[in-house]
Design a protein around this ligand. Structure first.
Ligand code: GLU
Length: 505
């Protein structure tokens, strides 16, 4: 790509960033990095009624956690700043004026009540009211007025908005990098408001002006913005600017495959839809986050990258660097991508297995400390090596390994009934003797002595090993018993068997 790639992620700070938004940021980031371009963060906060104070920080923290930092944005390399639209508001009016001057826009004085009345009237006739070529001449706007008339209305303090004058009877031919050619009849479009009566631009005007001023080369955003594309393309035409390339990403669908995954689905469907935990300052409601739920950022990102994009091979596990190399807009699909919480867990499990025992130990130690267990790091690392293959999260470690640190406090009832039969206690007493006699209690010696004794007695291994497991672990689970015994030591092993004998008979 010869041109200078500059892309932007342009969220509106209206609440926490949904995973769909994170995916949009990620695809922009991957595309920018692949082409040695620039990834811009722009905060689109022109709609003051939906503004949420902690949302911007949340967005920045989320990108940080995901390890996809922006190159330019609020407080960072402000080459084309400011990057908050509320701080650029003085700038937009001149562009609205320019369009009016060129005949691409007009003042509209219709009040909210008047427009409501039109809407109702249309509804009653089974129609939909659209402010466009069809009726604009009959509405309260500047199209039929002289410059003086317009000025005197404005001077008299009449409230107005600026509307785009959509061209009539044209077929607009547009190109989307993912969807190909899109044609639209301009007569189906409405004359969207570009500038509001409160002196603020609407999303459409601010978005186009800023993309132009910030020299954005590619607009990569969610499918929900596809209906705005015709207006945006027309705005570029009206200003006489080169339009950026557009790419509209497919929706992320609910796990059932139908319907867009919404912000509310997290609580309903039992998995997080936000990268980080989020507290709603107004209601105090807390929404779960992937980070706090124990997901690794790299696993989360890997999962997101494959939602709507595929590398064209069977490869599923990608480092961020590999994703950058492999990413290509032409391999982004047009159809919605089904979100799968199970697949997300699978990714986490894969990443957990890839992490070194030392790294995982660092993550496990604070959990142990919280439980009041302070123990040699090497011991914990050995434990981690024995149990990690069964874990999806670091938080699973305790359930999988508590018996390395404390005696079982109870015994699985069903297992006890099945494994602790008549004669088991006597067998276990004999086993205690066998174990007590082993001087150097290492795996090899323990195996030789215990297995030798079982063989000599001519009984099945399960008759001894299952009750032994129950004694040491409390249930029929866990890694190799000889590993467990030698790690907890001879004394503890004997004590646990004796405990079991006195509890299970
Ligand atoms: N502010 C819009 C949003 O919240 C940006 C859409 C776009 O990228 O053009 O998603």
């Amino acid at each position: 790509m010869s041109e200078n790639v500059r892309v932007r992620f342009a969220p509106s700070p209206t609440g926490p960033l949904h995973i769909g938004g994170v995916r949009t940021a990620l695809f922009n980031y991957l595309f920018a990095k692949k082409h040695n371009g620039t990834f811009v963060l722009r905060i689109e906060d022109t709609d003051q009624t939906r503004y949420v104070a902690n949302a911007e920080q949340y967005i920045i923290d989320s990108l940080d956690w995901c390890n996809i930092p922006f190159d330019e944005g609020p407080g960072k390399n402000e080459k084309f700043g400011p990057y908050r639209q509320s701080e650029r508001k003085e700038l937009y009016k001149q562009y609205a004026d320019e369009l009016i001057e060129k005949g691409w826009a007009y003042y509209a004085f219709d009040t909210a009540e008047e427009l409501d009345a039109h809407r109702k009237d249309h509804e009653e006739k089974g129609k939909t009211f659209i402010y466009n070529w069809h009726n604009r001449e009959k509405l309260q706007n500047s199209l039929g007025l002289s410059t003086e008339e317009i000025q005197s209305k404005i001077n008299a303090g009449e409230k107005y908005v600026v509307r785009f004058k959509t061209p009539q009877d044209e077929t607009l031919i547009m190109h989307d990098e993912i969807r190909g050619t899109i044609k639209i009849d301009t007569n189906t479009l409405d004359d969207k408001v570009l500038f509001k009566s409160d002196g603020m631009p609407t999303y459409h005007l601010a978005n186009i002006v800023d993309d132009h001023l910030m020299k954005i080369s590619h607009v990569i955003r969610g499918e929900e913005w596809l209906p705005s594309m015709p207006l945006h393309v027309l705005l570029y035409k009206a200003f006489g600017w080169d339009a950026p390339k557009f790419a509209h990403l497919p929706l992320i669908l609910k796990p059932v495959g139908k319907g867009k995954l919404s912000k509310r689905d997290g609580d309903k469907l039992g998995f997080p839809v936000f990268p980080l935990e989020y507290t709603n300052d107004e209601t105090g409601d807390v929404s779960r986050g992937y980070k706090e739920d124990g997901y690794f950022a790299d696993a989360f990102i890997n999962m997101l990258a494959l939602l709507g994009w595929n590398p064209g091979t069977e490869q599923e596990i990608f480092t961020l660097e590999e994703l950058i190399q492999a990413f290509d807009l032409t391999r982004v699909s047009k159809s919605g991508a089904k979100f799968s919480p199970d697949k997300t867990n699978w990714f986490n499990q894969q990443y957990l297995q890839q992490k070194s025992d030392a790294e995982l130990t660092k993550l496990y130690l604070p959990i142990l400390r919280e439980k009041g267990i302070s123990i040699d790091e090497n011991f914990v690392e050995k434990v981690v090596s024995l149990i990690k293959e069964r874990a999806v999260f670091v938080a699973d470690f305790w359930e999988l390994s508590n018996f390395f640190f404390e005696n079982p406090s109870e015994y699985d009832e069903k297992a006890a009934k099945k494994q602790w039969k008549e004669g088991t206690s006597d067998l276990m007493k004999e086993l205690v003797e066998v174990i007590s006699k082993i001087d150097d209690f290492n795996i090899e010696n323990a195996q030789t002595e215990i297995k030798g004794w079982i063989t000599a007695k001519e009984i099945g291994f399960g008759k001894v090993m299952q009750p032994l497991r129950l004694s040491l672990v409390g249930k029929l689970a866990g890694p190799d018993l000889f590993e467990i015994m030698t790690m907890i030591g001879k004394e503890t092993t004997v004590k646990r068997i004796e405990n079991a004998i006195s509890n299970l008979f």
